[in-house]
Design a protein around this ligand. Structure first.
Ligand SMILES: [Ca+2]
Length: 94
């Protein structure tokens, strides 16, 4: 997560925002902000998945399908993973 505070460069604030740990072990393809719960704060959706469909043949503990992640915007630059509570894709599905 890289906000641009008007200083001519971006700051890395993923740890402070709370999105590093939930996304550290999954390959992510892209993300986007939208207000899924209509509370006026933009939330974050990240699409995940491995790049090799055959990955399980060489690394059985790694799966091609990865759960997507949804983060609720808690305000103040903080996000909380809400994938399982929203029913988007429980982490133990794969
Ligand atoms: Ca919201």
């Amino acid at each position: 997560m890289l906000p641009c505070p008007g200083k001519g460069y971006f700051d890395e604030v993923s740890d402070e925002a709370g999105i590093t740990v939930p996304t550290r072990d999954v390959p992510s393809f892209g993300g986007g902000f939208f207000d899924y719960d209509n509370d006026g704060w933009l939330d974050l959706f990240i699409a995940n998945g491995h790049v090799y469909p055959e990955i399980e043949q060489v690394s059985p503990e790694t799966h091609y399908k990865q759960h997507n992640t949804l983060f609720h915007n808690e305000g103040g630059g903080k996000f909380k993973e809400t994938s399982a509570p929203t029913g988007l894709s429980p982490p133990d599905n794969f």
